[in-house]
Design a protein around this ligand. Structure first.
Ligand code: ADP
Ligand code: MG
Length: 498
């Protein structure tokens, strides 16, 4: 019983232009009207229509519906197998975005459009001009194409570094894939980047994609960034291809060392540990867990056994050494450093990230390292809204002060509601993929400017591979078909492990 669009075209419209998708009808306002739909068009697509004084104006399909005369009675007859004539027409509600006036300011018409005016699919030029999209390959990160249009979308890379960015979506929504796309662009543009990678998903940026789906449409060819990547890990047994990441114990207080042990029981062991450290410090500046154990053993005191057990755990975690990794080994101008923490316990991850992030911030302040982007997966663990992580303070500091010093933050999380609002609200560019959790949606609606209630519905139904992007140089929320990856996506293996 489907009526095709061709059948729906009235005979009298033979003269319409090939780009015409419909005609303005009914009651018409200056920024809103209805359009009879004569050619395929989807919700959220951009259209253009002539206005008698403003010229070509850009609009957007807000809602779309098929109006039919099939009543409940007729539907019953249809169910009984009787022949029923159905008349149906598709109607779209159009909301005007605006036009650029002679001073290039965004304006909306102040008088209604004319009935019967042709509505066309928007031209690439008009979309770019009105929305203010620049196709700047030099300073832009190409993330995909405007959904329904042949318009490439670029995020301004300077804006990302100076004003932070968030990638929000439920598990399996495509966050890591999207982050991989952005990282490929940062690599391509020689942006210094540090990736906090709790699952070891991003080392695959070194691997050329075996196949690129829809590569031609998106203008994407396989690539490898191996020569610009450095991978560090606290656990070289589990991640043998990465360089070892080590920290010195010397600048940890006894209390902090004990907090990292398995039981975390600070009180019982504090005095013994303090005494042991005092002994070591008389003879050396740098020490590791073995050195402490040796002193405790030499004391031959039974009451030290349980402390020694606790320290054994830290020794097994194997992140402390007499000499730690230097930050100038870790960060190189124009390169991406991945901190692969696969297999590292959560409390140790926090310690590592706290050390690294604090060092990045302090050294950036003194301009001892180049401006850089810090990308954080599972951000809800490192800057939680409730409770406190060892990394809570430094994330807040970077979120609020990083921009002054050229230290950008990219927050990736499946639980927007569980990320510190003080951090999330500092993210100026948002990349939102499918989100269904009501609390996360509420957080997103509250923290992202320019989202309408209709967009909340849209976010819940986004297919994987489509992002709602807003902020930064993107002046209004846009649906973007995320471009395919140039490198292998490393997220799949994580799924299997989970
Ligand atoms: N833009 C995309 N194009 C094609 N496949 C995608 C895209 N985004 C995600 N996927 C696929 O969806 C799955 C989940 O994506 P992933 O980024 O790992 O999710 P998340 O990190 O949000 O849990 C992956 O197997 C990935 O291959
Ligand atoms: Mg992921």
């Amino acid at each position: 019983m489907e009526t095709t669009f061709d059948e729906a075209v009235p005979e009298t419209t033979n003269h319409i232009s090939p780009d015409c998708i419909g005609m303005i009808y009914g009651d018409i306002g200056p920024t809103r009207f209805k359009c009879s739909v004569l050619a395929p068009v989807e919700k959220s697509e951009f259209i253009q229509v002539n206005h008698d004084t403003c010229g070509m104006v850009l609009g957007r399909v807000d809602t779309i519906e098929r109006k039919t005369d099939l009543s409940i009675e007729k539907a019953h007859l249809l169910a009984k197998g009787e022949h029923v004539e159905i008349e149906e027409m598709v109607s779209a509600s159009i909301v005007i975005v605006g036009y650029r006036d002679e001073r290039n300011l965004l304006q909306v018409p102040r008088t209604p459009f004319k009935a019967g005016e042709e509505v066309e699919k928007a031209s690439e030029n008009l979309i770019r001009k009105v929305i203010g999209l620049k196709e700047d390959r030099k300073t832009g990160a190409y993330i995909g194409m405007l959904r329904g249009h042949d318009v490439q979308i670029y995020l301004d890379i300077n804006g990302l570094i100076q004003k932070h960015v968030s990638i929000l979506a439920k598990t399996g929504g495509g966050k890591s894939y999207m982050a991989g796309v952005v990282l490929e662009e940062l690599l391509k543009h020689n942006v210094t980047t540090v990736v906090i990678d709790p699952h070891g998903e991003y080392s695959s940026l070194a691997q050329r994609a075996k196949s690129v789906q829809l590569g031609e449409k998106f203008h994407v060819v396989p690539n490898s960034y191996e020569s610009k990547l450095a991978v560090f890990t606290p656990d070289t047994k589990l991640n043998p291809n990465a360089k070892s990441l080590k920290f010195t114990l010397a600048n940890l207080q006894p209390r902090d060392i004990l907090a990292l042990t398995k039981s975390g029981s600070v009180r019982t062991h504090l005095t013994s540990l303090r005494e042991a450290l005092d002994i070591i410090r008389t003879s050396r500046k740098d020490y590791d867990v073995d050195d402490i154990l040796r002193v405790l053993e030499a004391q031959d005191d039974q009451s030290n056994f349980s402390l020694m057990n606790e320290l054994e755990y830290l020794r097994e975690v194997d992140i402390f050494a007499r000499e730690g990794t230097k930050i100038d080994e870790l960060v190189h101008k124009g390169m991406t450093t991945i901190i692969n923490m696969k297999g590292t316990p959560p409390d140790i991850q926090e310690l590592i990230i706290n050390r690294v992030a604090t060092a990045l911030f302090e050294l950036r302040k003194m301009e001892k390292i180049p401006p850089l982007m810090m990308v954080t997966e599972e951000a809800h663990n490192f800057c939680p809204q409730q409770g406190k992580a060892a990394t809570s303070d430094i994330f807040r500091t970077i979120a609020s002060e990083g921009r002054k010093f050229g230290l950008g933050l990219m927050i990736i999380t499946q639980r927007a509601a569980k990320v510190d609002k003080n951090v999330l609200s500092q993210c100026n560019t948002q990349i939102i993929l499918k989100v269904t959790n009501p609390n996360d949606l509420k957080t997103i609606m509250a923290s992202v400017e320019g989202l309408t209630a209709g967009m909340a519905d849209e976010i819940q139904m986004l297919p994987v591979g489509v992002a709602l992007v807003t902020g930064g140089n993107i002046t209004m929320p846009l649906l973007v078909d995320v471009r395919p990856r140039e490198t292998e996506h490393g997220g799949k293996s994580v799924k299997i492990l989970e």
